[in-house]
Every structure is written in C-alpha cells, then in structure tokens.
Write a protein of this length. Structure first.
Length: 284
C-alpha cells in the first residue's frame, strides 16, 4: 500500500475519531441520543402484556429488535446525507478535494464517525431494554458476534446510499424531509418491525434486494427465539445471505459514492461555497 494511501487512511481514521469524540462531549448531541432511547423504551413499555400472534414472544421484544435495525439503517442514510449537505455548504468538502486522497479520507472519517455514534445510540437503548423486558437479551456467544458484525456491515451498506442522496441536496435543512419519505417507504416493505412473509411474493423479492431487510432480519436473529423462524421467509435467519447482500451493497456503494462525491467536489468552488454560506445565513 502506497504511502499517500496510508496517510489518507490514517487521516480518515483520525478525522472520524475526532468527530465522534466531539459528538460525545456535546450536550445537545447527548440529549438527542438519550432522548431517542427514552422515547423508544417508553413506547415498548406500553406494549407489555401482548404477544406476537400465534407465539408467546412479547410484541415489545420484537419492537425493540426492530428499533435496533432502524437505528442502524437511519444512521447510515440520514446522518450521512445530512452531514454531507452541511459539509458541502461550509466548505469541508471543497477542502477535502484540495488534498491528495482527500475524498478517501473524508469517506473513511464519516464511516468511523457513523459507526461510533450508532454504537452509542444502540447501547443507550439496549442497556435499559435488557433490564426492563423479560426474555429480551443476548444469550449465546454466536448472537454477540452477530450483534457486532450486522450493524457494522449494515452501516457500511447504507452509508453510500446516504452519500449519494446527500450529494443531490443543497439545503441541509431539507435533508431530513427529502430523505425520510423514501426511507419510510422502504421500511414499510422491509419488515423492520414485522416479518414480510405475509406480503405478496413479488414485494418480498423487492424487499430482499435492499440491505434494510437483511439488517432487520439479522437483529431479529439476535434478540428473538428460533420459534419465530416459522413466520420468516424460508424459516431461516439466513445470516450468510445477509452478509453477502450487505457486503455487495457496501462494496459497490462505496465505489459509486466515491465517484459521485468526486464529481460533486469538482463542481465546487470558493464562489459556490460563499453563495451557499449566504443562503444559510438567510435561512437562519
């Protein structure tokens, strides 16, 4: 590996760690992470006493497993898209373009940052969930391993999608609204909070094309008993297929995202950045 590439990798890792550390020391960010965990935990508590139809598995446990998948997927798409829109407007992307291998370092830094904040968000949700909900936990070593690799691979598969979508948005404040609509539609067919086996077969195939379905399936395999396999597609957790689909999306996605970002960065200039800053000040 060439020296410039090594330097770019080191720079990206360092950048990602710095952004993560800043987020973890920001009162506003911490309140946001904690608030999300509290809201979802309270919602799950209202589901106590009800079970998934035909099973003795609490609906709350299935909901919590889905929330973990949701946090992973939404971090990969919305956080990356919104961060990219902000970096484009404040000149961070322009500065990255001016440095050799700067875009590589930028993308790696974003990946490290997103993995870090997602791990923090998931931990804040799981700790009280393990304590408050009977039967919700990780009881086997293999499940702990799955809990480690599925979110990481899931983030890497979703982040390029967020990067491509973010490159199309010029107004950071509009990012959430523009991204969440298609994201929620994808959630609806991907079985984040329920199995898709009851859907028409053609819709099941569409859902399985995207990584979101496999992220949710992986999280259910960790937190739900094998008795739930009866209502899954193929009556199997299919973790091997999940890894393959997410890895393909990550590999192809990063190639496409890097090309899109390089093209976008080439169009950036000091005058465009200044115009963006003026628009931001007007919106403020």
């Amino acid at each position: 590996m060439s020296s410039p590439t090594v330097l770019a990798l080191r720079s990206g890792l360092r950048r990602g760690w710095i952004e993560f550390r800043q987020s973890m020391t920001s009162r506003e960010d911490l309140i946001g992470y904690l608030g999300v965990a509290v809201v979802f935990t309270v919602m799950a508590m209202f589901m106590r006493g009800e079970s998934v139809r035909g099973t003795d598995v609490p609906i709350a446990n299935m909901w919590l497993a889905g929330i973990v998948g949701f946090l992973v997927a939404s971090s990969g798409i919305t956080s990356v898209a919104q961060g990219l829109a902000v970096d484009r407007e404040d000149g961070t992307l322009l500065r990255a373009k001016a440095v050799p291998h700067g875009m590589t370092a930028y993308l790696l830094g974003k990946a490290v940052y997103i993995i870090g904040v997602t791990a923090a968000s998931v931990t804040l949700l799981l700790v009280p969930a393990f304590l408050l909900f009977d039967g919700f936990g990780v009881y086997q070593a293999a499940d702990w391993i799955t809990l480690a690799w599925v979110p990481v691979l899931g983030l890497l598969s979703m982040a390029p999608i967020g990067a491509v979508l973010g490159s199309l948005i010029t107004n950071p404040r509009a990012t959430m609204g523009l991204i969440m609509l298609p994201f929620m539609a994808l959630m609806g067919i991907s079985g984040v909070f329920y199995q898709v086996s009851g859907f028409p077969e053609w819709l099941q195939w569409i859902a399985q094309v995207f990584p979101l379905y496999w992220i949710a399936l992986g999280m259910r395999s960790v937190f739900l008993p094998d008795s739930m396999l009866a209502i899954e597609i193929g009556e199997s957790w299919r973790l091997g297929e999940a890894a393959l689909v997410m890895a393909l999306w990550a590999a192809v996605g990063f190639v496409v995202a890097a090309a899109v970002l390089r093209r976008m960065a080439r169009r950036e200039s000091g005058s465009r950045m200044e115009a963006g800053r003026r628009r931001a000040m007007q919106r403020a």
